[in-house]
Design a protein around this ligand. Structure first.
Ligand code: KIV
Length: 287
């Protein structure tokens, strides 16, 4: 059985130059596969809105949806460091809201850390959650909850001015108390700089290799999501292809009456004459 990592283990991995491999999953089944495969951490991301619920973005995801899925992930991977993802609207209005909702993740879904998107503009929320004794991961760069104001799911920090904003965000969230930081969709040079300057573990998704580890959506890595695959994702399996093939085979076998086969059927173990008597009795009934 794997031993669940702590924030100290993550800090030690950084110190030892050991990369952390983590993934985004939304249910007990895939959480369990990831735990069996030796994943370092799991995030139950608000991308659940797109992958599982079919929304175009993450904005419609609610606290109740996030909590229910995070609970399922915890049940599937009881020995893995688990990050809860604060959905849009759960920390935007006030620091009280932010602490209240972060506490829900801790109490109801047994998370080890919570992640929230944004830099300078959410520093007060990070400070409040961290002061309440919870571990916070920052998420800057391409922040999907604000994709509308970014003009879509677009890489950030490609110019000097926007790279400066990302670096300012990194300093702001670090000073506010994050224990780890995720950079999404930024040039490798920008992530490498933030990584060099930050004393905390810095992870990337679409941010190059010069950081302390990588996260990927299991849906992208396993070829489950057909609507869109980001440039930075790599496909390690083709679950969508296998699923379509498998369901197609099932449809054919139902139509050709080759399913259910003898091994898929239950056997009657009672007395055959009694069964016939039962049928005769029932035949007297009109339907
Ligand atoms: O919700 C999510 O899947 C995420 C990843 C992009 C890290 O936040």
């Amino acid at each position: 059985m794997t031993k669940k990592k702590t924030i100290t283990d993550l800090v030690n991995m950084k110190a030892n130059g050991e990369k952390a491999a983590w993934a985004v999953v939304y249910d007990a089944c895939f959480a369990s596969y990831a735990e069996q495969a030796g994943i370092d951490m799991l995030l139950c991301g608000d991308s659940v809105g797109m992958i599982v619920y079919g929304y175009e973005g993450t904005v419609p995801v609610t606290m109740d949806i996030s909590i229910a899925h995070t609970q399922a992930v915890r049940r599937g991977a009881p020995n893995t460091y688990l990050i809860g993802d604060m959905p849009f609207g759960s920390y935007h209005e006030s620091t009280q809201d932010a602490v209240h909702n972060a506490v829900r993740f801790y109490k109801e879904a047994d998370v080890d850390c919570i992640k929230l998107e944004g830099g300078v503009r959410v520093a007060d929320k990070i400070r409040a959650i961290s002061d309440a004794g919870m571990v916070v991961m920052g998420h800057i760069g391409l922040t999907p909850q604000s994709s509308a104001s970014m003009g879509g799911f677009k890489a950030q920090g490609k110019t000097t001015e926007t790279a400066r904003a990302i670096i300012e965000d990194a300093f702001a969230v670090y000073e506010a108390g994050v224990k780890t930081l995720l950079l999404e969709g930024v040039p490798e040079e920008v992530c490498a700089y933030v990584h060099e300057r930050m004393p905390i573990p810095v992870y990337g998704i679409g941010a190059g290799i010069q950081c302390d580890g990588q996260v990927i959506l299991a849906a992208d890595a396993l070829g489950m999501y057909q609507n869109f695959t980001p440039k930075f994702a790599k496909k390690y399996a083709d679950i969508a292809g296998e699923a379509v093939r498998g369901i197609g085979d099932y449809v054919s076998e139902v139509k050709s009456e080759t399913f259910p086969a003898p091994e898929n059927k239950y056997k009657y173990t009672g007395d055959k004459d009694d069964l016939q008597k039962l049928f005769d009795e029932m035949n007297a009934r009109s339907v």
